[in-house]
Design a protein around this ligand. Structure first.
Ligand SMILES: NC(=O)c1ccc[n+]([C@@H]2O[C@H](COP(=O)([O-])OP(=O)(O)OC[C@H]3O[C@@H](n4cnc5c(N)ncnc54)[C@H](OP(=O)(O)O)[C@@H]3O)[C@@H](O)[C@H]2O)c1
Length: 252
């Protein structure tokens, strides 16, 4: 039998993508980029910012947004159904929503550890299960991109629980890629530090130190991460189960 006769059919490019945490920062940059590339995008966050609302107002047939807490499983189910009614079946998921941390582990309250794990690990696993179940039930193939962090691979003080969640998502990426047996491409993008509300807790000394350690001489910009996310959603590659670091070699 020829090789092509036994090969799993290729996963087509995503056309309708759900982006969690699309209201600002990297998530908003991903939503904007995917819309510019002609895709349909459903995005949520707890608060729909004016920037995200404007995208949905400008492109009502291609962009659906709402206010949803990713930790509220029932609310994410309602959102996914409403988004599919408006845009068509979701065949791409970007797990981007997350909360940061700014406390040494010994000073981090139990409730804060639980909130970070629930938002950054439990919720994206549940959202992924929801979306993958629908894709499988409808016989569709798709792509999943988990936004993790260089903190999953390298240590950073003040980010112990956060790093644990991102390492968990990197690990889940590998196992899900194997579990889905090529019916979907599952990857992670692990950015280095970039300027956003989340990283605003870093002081200038820490930022200067990161830049000094970075061979490309600057902090990663969201615009330098976005093309990698788009590539994983759109391009015909055999990349599967990988965590792609985008940090200018700061961590090498
Ligand atoms: N900034 C960095 O240096 C850096 C580095 C590496 C990786 N990352 C990762 O990149 C991704 C984006 O980070 P960012 O820096 O762009 O962060 P950001 O500006 O704080 O944006 C986070 C997004 O997630 C949403 N979000 C947070 N909690 C949520 C919840 N419970 N339910 C729904 N949405 C929620 C936020 O909206 P609401 O608050 O309105 O819900 C917002 O849209 C994250 O996964 C982060 O871990 C960031």
């Amino acid at each position: 039998m020829s090789d092509s006769a036994t090969r799993t059919p290729l996963v087509p490019p995503s056309t309708v993508v759900l982006v969690s945490g699309g209201s600002r920062g990297l998530g908003l940059a991903i939503v904007t980029d995917l819309l510019s590339a002609g895709l349909k995008v459903a995005a949520f966050a707890r608060t729909v910012t004016p920037e995200l609302a404007k995208l949905a107002d400008t492109e009502p047939q291609r962009c659906y947004v709402d206010s949803v807490d990713v930790t509220d499983l029932a609310a994410t189910q309602v959102f996914v159904r409403a988004a599919e009614d408006r845009l068509g079946p979701i065949d791409g998921l970007v797990n981007n929503a997350a909360v940061g941390q700014d406390s040494l582990h010994v000073h981090t309250a139990t409730a804060d550890i639980a909130r970070i794990i629930e938002t950054n690990l439990t919720a994206p696993l549940q959202l992924t299960r929801l979306v993958v179940r629908r894709m499988l039930a409808q016989g569709r193939r798709g792509r999943i991109v988990n936004v993790t962090s260089i903190c999953a691979q390298r240590g950073f003080p003040g980010l112990v629980a956060y790093s644990a969640t991102k390492g968990g998502m990197d690990a889940a990426t590998r196992s899900l890629a194997r579990e889905l047996g090529g019916r979907m491409l599952v990857n992670a993008v692990a950015p280095g530090f970039f300027a956003s509300e989340m990283s605003a807790v870093l002081g200038q000394t820490q930022l200067d130190q990161i830049v000094r350690r970075t061979p490309t001489g600057h902090l990663t910009a969201p615009e330098e991460v976005v093309p990698v996310v788009r590539m994983l959603l759109r391009d015909q590659t055999n990349i599967n189960g990988q965590a792609i670091v985008v940090d200018g070699a700061a961590s090498i």
